[in-house]
Design a protein around this ligand. Structure first.
Ligand SMILES: Nc1ncnc2c1ncn2[C@@H]1O[C@H](COP(=O)(O)OP(=O)(O)OP(=O)(O)O)[C@@H](O)[C@H]1O
Length: 375
């Protein structure tokens, strides 16, 4: 009775049970071996694991930072990939005070973005008072576009997703569309949120027939999801893009960013403000003439000015170290003020200016004639 007749051969129930056990064990081993092999072959698996760990850290930071409950939300794998790029407002190191010479842009962003988000209950009364769902910052490199985006998030108390578009377009990650959709679903879960896309032109440039089919589909889907924000009155999510090449942007994208700001190279007054801000807490020798520095630095961006000051300051410190053998003790005993030997001098700054100007000439950023004019 305990034997079964399979295709004419007799098998006991015990044998059958053993056979089933073996097959099950073999299947489990095969499954994990194949999974392990796939992980070894997949070049992004390490990055994915790292991204997951970072995402969990960032989501924990969100809980510590504000009234966000991680347990009430569920995140899929794609959202976790994107969540590794979240920055919580408390961790954003810049605010309006760290930006010089862009008062008009700051004022407009304060009125059109920060106020409606900070006082949502008042501004929700009229559709016309809502913050725009898309903001475009355009202008030459190094003039403060990223600074402005981060400071806006900080001042509005918004979470910031610094979207690395490479993961959306990288063929190794695949499933671009699922990742694109995760960007928006994650932003909605952690709202209020700014999705910041630096060099947005490289990602959403004018569509052409050369576009890979998957890329074209992902762009279309990105725009559809973005439109979803406009129709969802509860969504406090803003897509903020920065570009040096606004002319390369897809017209459909430009239309989705009604608030646009041109951040140009700073003029002489702006350069003066930026220089003073950069050197605000530094040891500056009385020989330093900020007005003259602002005048000679025509064509310099905020980033160039910072580099000029950094170079000068480092070179002053290096000189101090060369002439002082017991360096650590000397530095600790030296006051950090205008009279100290480590205070940066006008000569240090002019030398640093020459160096940067020289490199700008070689890289074609400054014409030789304009350099001669400055002398
Ligand atoms: N207006 C400014 N006030 C103070 N610092 C500035 C200003 N503009 C630029 N900087 C300095 O230059 C650095 C680079 O600026 P930022 O990254 O915001 O430029 P960007 O316009 O986003 O450049 P890119 O287009 O290359 O990304 C800043 O970290 C800051 O130190």
């Amino acid at each position: 009775m305990n034997n079964l007749n399979l295709n004419g051969s007799q098998i006991s129930k015990g044998d059958l049970f053993q056979m089933l056990m073996r097959v099950s064990i073999a299947s489990v081993i095969t499954y994990y071996s194949v999974k392990w092999m796939m992980d070894q072959i997949d070049p992004t698996s390490k990055n994915k694991k790292k991204a997951k760990i970072r995402a969990e850290e960032q989501l924990k930071r969100l809980c510590e930072d504000g009234n966000f409950k991680i347990n009430s939300q569920k995140f899929n794998d794609y959202e976790l990939m994107i969540a590794s790029h979240i920055v919580v407002p408390n961790d954003i190191p810049v605010c309006w005070n760290d930006i010089a010479g862009l008062e008009a842009v700051i004022q407009e962003l304060r009125d059109s973005v920060v106020l409606p988000i900070r006082h949502k209950h008042i501004f929700s009364q009229s559709k016309l008072w809502q913050a725009p769902k898309g903001v475009l910052l355009h202008g030459p490199p190094g003039c403060g576009k990223t600074l402005i985006a981060k400071a806006t998030a900080k001042e509005a108390g918004m979470r910031f997703i610094n979207l690395d578009v490479a993961i959306l377009t990288d063929k190794w990650y695949g499933e671009s569309q699922k990742l694109a959709s995760a960007v928006f679903s994650l932003a909605l879960k952690i709202q209020p949120c700014i999705i910041f896309i630096d060099e947005i032109d490289s990602f959403l440039r004018s569509r052409s027939s050369n576009d890979h089919e998957a890329t074209a589909m992902m762009k279309t889907q990105f725009m559809m999801l973005w439109d979803g924000l406009n129709t969802n009155s509860d969504a406090t999510v803003i897509v903020m893009g920065a570009t040096n090449r606004p002319q390369d942007l897809d017209k459909a994208i430009v239309r989705r960013m009604p608030a646009q700001f041109h951040i140009s190279l700073p003029n002489v007054e702006q350069r003066l403000k930026i220089l003073k801000l950069i050197m605000e807490n530094e040891a500056v020798h009385e020989s330093v003439d900020f007005n003259r520095l602002a005048k000679i630095t025509t064509g310099f961006s905020g980033s160039d000015l910072r580099e000029m000051c950094r170079n000068a300051s480092v070179s002053r410190m290096r000189q101090f170290m060369v002439t002082n053998t017991d360096m650590a003790k000397e530095v600790l005993n030296t006051e950090f003020n205008a009279r100290s030997p480590i205070a940066v001098t006008m000569d240090d700054l002019v030398r640093s200016f020459d160096k940067i100007q020289e490199s700008k000439v070689h890289t074609g950023q400054v014409l030789i004639e304009s350099r001669i004019d400055l002398d």
